[in-house]
Design a protein around this ligand. Sequence first.
Ligand code: AHR
Length: 363
Amino acid sequence: MTITHTAKKTLAAVAGIALAASLTACGGGGSDAASTGAAGTTGTTASGSASATAASTGGYNLVPKDTNGDGLITVGFAQVGAESGWRTANTQSYQDYFVAANGFKLAFADANQDADKQKQDVRDLIQQGVEVIDLAPVTDSGWEPVLQEAKDAGIPLIVSDRQLSVSDDLYLTYFGGNMEQEGKTAVKWLEDYIKANNVTDPINIVHLQGTIGSTAQKGRSKALTDAAPANKWNVVYEQTGEFTQAKGQEVMESFLQQGKDFNVIYSENDDMTYGAIEALKAAGKDPKSYIIISFDGNKSAVQMVIDGLIDVIAECNPLLGPQVGDLIKKSAAGDKIAKITYSVESFIDSTNAAEKIKTAFGS
Ligand code: AHR
């Protein structure tokens, strides 16, 4: 069963307006979460006040310092890998920002999506004597010993992009997306779409998951897993595409070969979405007859929204370098910084894609 393209496009605007209203009402983040704008400017919290500089850092005492007196702060960046367009833009934003002109040096470690290698990467950065560590974790568990080692070495550690399941006293601050909220944004868009279109056919969903055990996967998957039974949606296939285009395509090809009917694709990043669309085309299917939900907001994906191939993208902002730099400077200056700062993120659909593409990241 597919949902007709005409119905999708006619009623998308209605769904978009309804979601915009609901996002304004719900905001994002937890009790000590502040929000920072996607373009790098300080935004507002859920309660509408300015960025929460007075929040506690959870009993963590280390602050960034120029310990070797070279006039620069050396930041060791333990990056996930290079699996996606989002990741490329994220790395670039660190490489552009953490330069001498801004008071920084960058030491870069690429984990190649390997959670064990990344733990060794952090240990290597500790050995190198970097002055701050920024960790974008591949997965969220097993970090306590390494974080304790960084703390014992007196090196402040910032978590960015994806969160960790560790106690607050093991890191200075988290800056990045609120992954579960991103998932809720996507799910809400689908609920509104179904209502606005009076869709009565069964909703059969293909779920392409990101890297299992990353908070990007856990949060986005949880939003769907929670919403599916409540809405009587069927998740007919669910498998990781590891946040890559190649794997997304391979997994979608195997679903198509297995032959179950579906009409919605919930793909946890743009790269897997590109792969899924390629697989549909190769199988002679029209991608426009499916509701395609994606995450991130790469320029090419936003163009696909304009072209009617993707229906909605829940945004995830990769341009974190300058904002992390700001937090380091504030903390070094003795200002209290929030324990958690979530990027302000929304969604992109046919109602706003033409505007959003003007500031979209990547190519
Ligand atoms: O953690 C952010 C996620 O990681 C992005 O959605 C994805 O594209 C990347 O690989």
